[in-house]
Ligand binder design. Structure first.
Ligand code: UTP
Length: 459
């Protein structure tokens, strides 16, 4: 029999999960201690037994945003002020980077943490290396330290840390990278019983990127930020190497607006592009998932023919540290859960052929609805969003590499370099953080022309 406190045993029974008490393992006992048994029956009732119905509020409107190209002098001035402020904040060490890398990357089908995928179109540099080198260059440029918070899951923490260790901490200082681990959620069978992945263990999975917020507190990351004087968190996903690791304009605009949490929006390429939609309801900013936005709204148009719900989310945020402090002060965080029906291997069915249960995840963007002040800034897709979700096709390794090359070629052309046809060039992120760096690099290397067919890394 497992060594469990009588109160825990009673709580498990009360939650209708006595089948778990038939097993005996230390690991399982430790897992059972971590579960919120009071909350569980409610989750099962609301998310598993019945499918949560997404109700679209009647007052739903497209969210306002600050446009990429200012529409008037006032916006032009504001943009310039924000850019200057962002640079100032970076120079005074007020920002840190946060990468969420706890996902399972099932679509990519790569063996190992997604961040160790060799994305560099010419160099084969991994996603983690891309970010590390870019952070190192940004530090150099702004002359202030930038700490990198990397969120892993319990499943990939060890492999992630090993990768960093075996690769010289990717060129970063020993204490510059702060790893932390998100929480887990137990998978629940359609009968409302928690599933066991083996006789020793529950079937557990990461609790979604919404888990970031509580994990920041529990891991001591928030405290570290406070000690460092960091006020702004530059948040991005591990599968998007095109993202600027810190974006002075975005950070500056967020600070200028005194926002709690801000988001980059991209103009959707079509009504049904698979991006969350920025909406406003009841005075609050909200992201409605593409699968939840009714077709008639997704397709509705403005008088000029443009999509009404044009704003898609690439999951790039600036989050104020103070906001995370506030949200997590009680040690709990009320974000809604999202249900995903999955084939979950378990002791009773090691290879299910159809979905047999539910995984629950929370999403970071649901924190936008809890913010008092938010800001949405339009971004340029070609400069910041190349997600690596699949091996080929849309949002894939292929499309990501093409976009990285296109961005670097644009930078080279802007630096006055003539570029021939069929060129595959990669600018080293360690040398080039922005357009200005590309100009300097081209000058330093007397780069005037890249002839057709060249395949090379510069920098
Ligand atoms: P995705 O939603 O693309 O999920 O995550 P994924 O697990 O990486 O890939 P699939 O869906 O299994 O193919 C978006 C970002 O959020 C992170 C991922 O690592 C990625 O950077 N994430 C996701 C977490 O950090 N934790 C999670 O629990 C889920």
């Amino acid at each position: 029999m497992m060594n469990l406190a009588p109160e825990l045993r009673a709580a498990i029974e009360k939650a209708g999960q006595s089948h778990l008490l038939e097993y005996s393992s230390e690991l399982l006992a430790a897992q059972l201690k971590e579960i919120d048994w009071e909350l569980l029956p409610e989750l099962i009732a609301n998310y598993v037994v019945k499918k949560p119905q997404i109700s679209i509020p009647e007052d739903l409107q497209p969210a306002p945003y600050f446009p990429l190209v200012p529409r008037n002098k006032e916006e032009e001035e504001k943009k310039a002020r924000a850019q200057a402020l962002g640079i100032e904040l970076l120079k005074s060490g007020k920002a840190a980077c946060l990468t969420v890398a706890g996902g399972q990357g099932t679509r990519l089908g790569f063996d190992g943490p997604k961040g160790t995928y060799p994305i560099g179109p010419v160099s084969g540099r991994t996603l983690f290396e891309y970010f590390a080198q870019s952070i190192a260059r940004a530090e150099e440029k702004f002359g202030a330290p930038i700490r990198w918070y990397v969120m892993t899951s319990a499943l990939n923490r060890e492999a992630t840390e090993t990768f960093f260790r075996e690769n010289g901490n990717l060129g970063l200082r020993e204490d510059q990278v702060f790893f932390f681990t998100q929480g887990t959620m137990p998978a629940i069978g359609y009968d409302g019983k928690l599933l066991m992945s083996s006789p020793d263990s529950l079937a557990l999975s990461p609790d979604g990127h919404g888990g970031t917020l509580l994990a920041l507190r529990k891991s001591g990351a928030l405290e570290q930020m406070k000690k460092d004087g960091v006020e702004y968190i530059s948040y991005f996903q591990v599968d998007n190497p095109l993202v600027p690791v810190v974006n002075p304009l975005f950070i500056g605009m967020h600070a200028l607006e005194k926002a709690d949490m801000s988001a980059i929006m991209l103009a959707k390429t079509n009504a049904f592009e698979k991006l969350g939609n920025f909406c406003v309801t009841n005075g609050h900013l909200e992201i409605i998932e593409y699968s939840d936005l009714p077709a008639e709204l997704a397709e509705s148009r403005n008088p000029d023919g443009s999509l009404r719900f044009i704003s898609g989310s690439p999951a790039i945020h600036v989050i104020s540290r103070a906001f995370v402090e506030r949200l997590t002060a009680s040690g709990k965080l009320d974000l809604p859960w999202h249900r995903a029906d999955k084939k979950i291997p378990s002791v009773s069915d090691p290879k299910p052929e159809a979905p047999n249960g539910v995984k629950l995840e929370s999403f970071i963007f649901d924190a936008l609805a809890l913010a008092e002040k938010t800001l949405v800034l339009e971004g340029d897709r070609a400069e910041m969003f190349a997600p690596t979700k699949n091996p080929t096709g849309v949002d894939s390794v292929e499309s990501c590499r093409e976009m990285l090359i296109a961005r670097d070629l644009r930078r080279l052309r802007a630096a006055g370099v003539k570029v021939g046809g069929d060129v595959k060039v990669e600018l080293s992120p360690r040398r080039v953080f922005d357009d200005e760096d590309a100009i300097q690099l081209a000058a330093a290397q007397n780069l005037e022309e890249i002839s057709s067919g060249t395949e090379t890394v510069i920098g």
